[in-house]
Ligand binder design. Structure first.
Ligand code: SF4
Length: 99
């Protein structure tokens, strides 16, 4: 994925989150107090696991997961998966599509 694709996909996801929030939905990573929201970008696997669990129930979970799997160079938790989980799933998907 190129930087332009990353920027495009990130902007699309942010528009979705803005729209959902505008409709009254709660987006866990945005609703968390600033002090707590850092776990979504933490490098600590234990904190990432907590953030990933808090993603469950997010109305953007599927779209965010697609973003996270498409952009595995990005750090952080996306779509309810930690960095390691996203990279492992993306590898499996690449192997399956090459078979
Ligand atoms: S799935 Fe998780 S990281 Fe993605 S928008 Fe929702 S709460 Fe944030």
């Amino acid at each position: 994925m190129t930087d332009d694709e990353l920027e495009h996909d990130h902007a699309a996801l942010m528009r979705t989150l803005d729209r959902l929030e505008g409709g009254g939905a709660r987006i866990p990573c945005r609703a968390a107090p600033v002090r707590s929201s850092v776990i979504w970008i933490s490098e600590d696997p234990a904190e990432q696991a907590v953030a990933a669990a808090r993603c469950q129930g997010c109305p953007a979970l599927e779209e965010c997961d697609r973003f996270g799997l498409a952009h595995t160079r990005e750090g952080g938790v996306w779509g309810g998966r930690t960095v390691a989980e996203r990279r492992a799933v993306a590898r499996r998907l690449r192997r399956a599509s090459a078979a």
